[in-house]
Design a protein around this ligand. Structure first.
Ligand code: ACO
Length: 322
């Protein structure tokens, strides 16, 4: 392993055209715009069209990231897709994305760390690039969470949405002092049954739907998030005050606010998209990154902290000099 740093060269995203508001949801289950906004900060979510699969969302976001970098798919030799909602049990959605982007070389595989998947995928690509296993990576977080929701369960169906975000990662040029500075990954499987699907190929030979102990997730989230944020700050000799942007997993505005307050972060440094996207699991961090890069907030040289926490429980954070 070298001390080579790997930069995020570009970002891209894709959101399905259909927007479902809280009022639309109130026609399906006994809920209200007021309840959802007050408890979660969510106002709307995007829902994939019939026949539009996770690989379609992922390929569209990947295509955008390539375009924003001025690159072709031939310039990439690794695709990592973080997803909990693969097109099929196998092959990996990354292989389908590879086909859709017209890539016949290199390697492609999926990462399953639920909502933390994108942070795990960035760490994986960073390691592959450092080890010389790949030269340039397309890292994607993509989900069609709508497909694994129980649309009769108001305690979960109001929380999630569909979407995809992608980044191109490559080695920093000589003398360029930027890139991924440090990453912390954690999991603790004793909590797996607090957030899970009640089915899968091996256990039920079916897909299952999302089940969650919301209060338990909430109880652990802030502590786990701040734990890894402090770890990467400590590893790099930085403090909270050095951060230009905090780009958290977008599960719930109250969790984001709780973590921000515990860390002592001014709200204006926190990127929030949960109001428009809801919880898009592994897609939420790259979607938020794309929003803040596209609107000019995140600029070259900024110090950016990404973090996520989700099913497993898994959690992680990465500090990036943009
Ligand atoms: N609309 C209206 N009422 C509802 C709804 C709804 N959609 N869902 C639950 N309720 C009711 C409950 O039935 C309950 O009614 P009761 O008092 O008559 O029994 C009441 O609202 C309160 O329910 P609670 O579960 O106590 O609500 P809580 O304040 O805990 O909020 C929530 C629920 C928003 C899920 C919260 O626990 C939470 O934010 N948890 C974090 C989990 C999360 O964000 N998960 C996302 C995935 S995990 C991840 O990505 C990290």
């Amino acid at each position: 392993m070298t001390d080579q740093k790997n930069i995020i060269r570009s970002v891209g995203a894709y959101l399905p055209a259909r927007v479902m508001t809280n009022d639309d949801l109130a026609k399906l289950v006994d809920t209200s715009d007021e309840w959802i906004q007050q408890r979660t900060g969510i106002k709307q979510r995007h829902i994939a069209a019939e026949g539009e699969n996770t690989s379609d969302l992922a390929a569209a976001a990947g295509h955008k990231a390539l375009e924003n970098a001025g690159l072709e798919i031939a310039d990439v030799d690794l695709i990592v897709v973080a997803t909990t909602t693969p097109d099929m049990t196998f092959p990996a959605t990354a292989a389908v994305v590879q086909q859709k982007l017209g890539m016949h070389h290199g390697a492609a595989f999926d990462i399953q760390a639920v909502c933390s998947g994108f942070v795990y995928a960035v760490a994986t690509a960073d390691s592959y690039l450092k080890n010389g296993l790949a030269k340039r990576a397309l890292v994607i977080g993509a989900e069609t969470a709508s497909r694994i929701l129980d649309w009769n369960d108001r305690t979960t169906c109001v929380l999630f949405g569909d979407g995809a975000g992608a980044v191109i990662m490559e080695p920093a040029k000589p003398g360029e002092d930027r890139g991924v500075l440090a990453t912390a990954l954690r999991s603790d499987g004793q909590h797996w049954n607090k957030l899970y699907t009640d089915g899968g190929p091996s256990s039920t030979q079916s897909m299952g739907h999302i089940r969650m102990e919301g209060k338990e997730v909430f109880k652990h989230a802030v502590g786990m998030i701040t734990d890894v944020v402090y770890k990467v700050l400590e590893d790099t000799g930085h403090t909270i005050d050095d951060l230009d942007w905090f780009v958290p997993h977008q599960a719930n505005k109250r969790i984001i606010d709780g973590a921000g307050q515990k860390l002592g972060l001014p709200p204006e440094k926190v990127v929030v998209t949960v109001d428009r996207h809801a919880n898009t699991s592994a897609a939420s961090v790259p979607l938020a990154l794309n929003t803040a890069v596209a609107d000019g907030r995140i600029k070259r040289g900024d110090l950016v902290m990404i973090e996520a926490m989700g099913g497993g429980f898994t959690w992680g954070a990465s500090l990036i000099r943009w």
